[in-house]
Write a protein that binds this ligand. Sequence first.
Ligand code: PEP
Ligand code: MN
Length: 266
Amino acid sequence: MSDQGSPRTTVHVGEIAIGGGEPVIIAGPCSVESHEQFSQTAEFLKALGIRLMRGGAFKPRTSPFSFQGLGLDGLRIMSDVARATGLKMVTEVMDPRHIDLVAEHVDVLQVGARNMQNFSLLRDVGKAGKPVILKRGMAATVKELLLAAEYILQDTPDVILCERGIRTFETATRNTLDLNAVPVLQGLSPLPVLVDPSHGTGRCDIVTPMSRGALACGADGLMVEVHPNPPKALSDGAQSLSFAQFRAFHANITRMLHALNAEEAL
Ligand code: PEP
Ligand code: MN
């Protein structure tokens, strides 16, 4: 079920267009940990031509004893690094009370999987004047994701969906990346669909093949975690690519995009 013919929504973040064209890559650490960690990663990504960076300042952690994110200090690091590098920034907003604060510091607001049906958040997050990435809940159907998106669409057309894996009986991976959802969502909705193979697998060793799968089935972009020193990461080290791994990932994906473009031109 693909939406041949129907117009796709394109969401603009500065000069970057998401949806209906060249796939985008959003990359960065799971959490903003320090100015040094974040700016080092930003410089690395910028040198590879990445234009959109992610990082968590308010972190939705399963355990209250885990690192919870730097909060406002993390947002300040993101806006400083954005100013220094020109990269556009994406971060999660967890609490409706933080929407304006987060929107002052970054370019794109993210609603995380755990908040996909936080209806107070959904009602307000579209009012901030920034594009919103809505991640699929780990136990949410495609229909529930699309209905959650409708809340945000009341206030802004700039909504981007993100498949990030769902809970299944499988334990070999953190989640089961549901690539079915990409063409299914695109058949039901004009909104751009990203795929997050980092949370979708929980394993840095299969981020590249699943990214290739995502692009092959038509994803409008990828969201990938990368860290200067994954074993020392304060969150999600096991799924974060090192710089060397990211370089290889990026070369691989770039080759694939060229091949897809060449195929389209035939
Ligand atoms: C994230 O992208 O930082 C994140 C927490 O992902 P998810 O909401 O998909 O678990
Ligand atoms: Mn993460």
